[in-house]
Design a protein around this ligand. Structure first.
Ligand SMILES: C[S@@+](CC[C@H](N)C(=O)[O-])C[C@H]1O[C@@H](n2cnc3c(N)ncnc32)[C@H](O)[C@@H]1O
Length: 262
């Protein structure tokens, strides 16, 4: 699928996604991935950073709040409009720009670090995008990103449940693909029914790679692997957000930090 086609899917999802996420229904982002990502992030105070696939800018703002001078890029104009609107009232000096990860409109060695949250697996030509990240990074700069866990969020994905409907584990399979494209339909499961009905499901192209595919891709580009995280909710978080029960059974997400050598 071409980037423009992927963008067209996201334009259709952007209002529903932003509305629901901003009302707190993206519990995986708010209470699992974002805290884990920020905890693993090195000190970025005073650094120049790029957020690839920034969406409506939630994570870009979190990192800017740590003192980084941020630029966010996305192929979806509607997400960028929401991000720019928010920048007027929650001002962090972030530049939001329409651009594709596969052709970053920046000179080589422009950024001290690049981040990307839950976006790299949603774009075709992932190695091209990762190569672009490497190009725009200064030597010694890092790339930290989160993705759906390639081992568990496989193309065949089905929860096993106990008699109360609580997740006990996962049936997964159909693993051995390198960038197989699939159109996924889903929504934030704990959003109220009327909201889910109003907006319908998100319809999103996604791309499956194996774990070794992801890691070897980074190594082949020249990155040095530095740190990994498989975020798991703690007992307190689970009590507050039962929707995360599945995430306590298997690793749903993988965070990776790698570095461009000097
Ligand atoms: C799951 S959303 C994540 C958004 C945001 N990073 C977050 O954590 O909330 C994936 C994002 O990737 C963007 N995206 C997909 N393909 C892209 C590409 N080729 N270049 C830039 N952004 C892209 C989509 O428009 C969407 O905003």
């Amino acid at each position: 699928m071409k980037t423009q086609e992927v963008a067209a899917y996201w334009e259709k999802n952007a209002t529903a996604w932003t509305t629901m996420a901003r009302q707190g229904f993206d519990v995986c982002r708010n209470h699992l991935n974002a805290p884990g990502f920020l905890n693993m992030l090195p000190d970025v105070n005073g650094l120049k950073g790029l957020d690839v696939g920034c969406g409506e800018g939630f994570n870009t703002r979190m990192v800017a709040a740590r003192g980084a001078q941020m630029t966010g890029i996305d192929i979806c104009q509607k997400f960028l409009d929401y991000a720019k609107e928010t920048e007027k009232t929650e001002t962090y000096g972030i530049t939001f720009q329409h651009a594709s990860a596969q052709a970053l409109p920046f000179a080589q060695e422009s950024f001290d670090f690049v981040m990307s949250t839950m976006a790299m697996m949603d774009m075709p030509d992932i190695p091209v995008a990762a190569g672009e990240v490497f190009r725009v990074l200064k030597p010694g700069g890092f790339f930290q990103f989160s993705i759906c866990h390639p081992c568990f969020q496989t193309s065949l994905f089905e929860w096993t449940r106990d008699e109360n409907g609580e997740p006990t584990g996962l049936i997964c399979g159909d693993y051995f693909h390198e960038e197989m494209e699939k159109i996924l339909e889903w929504t934030f499961s704990n959003a109220p029914e009327e909201m889910k009905n109003e907006f319908g499901n998100f319809v999103i192209p996604t791309y499956y790679k194996t774990l070794s595919g992801w890691l070897n891709m980074l190594l082949d580009i020249g990155f040095v692997l530095e740190r990994f995280l498989e975020p798991c909710p703690d007992a307190q978080t689970l009590e507050k957000y039962p929707a995360l029960k599945g995430a306590a059974k298997v690793a749903l997400f993988l965070h990776i930090r790698c570095r461009k050598p000097f």
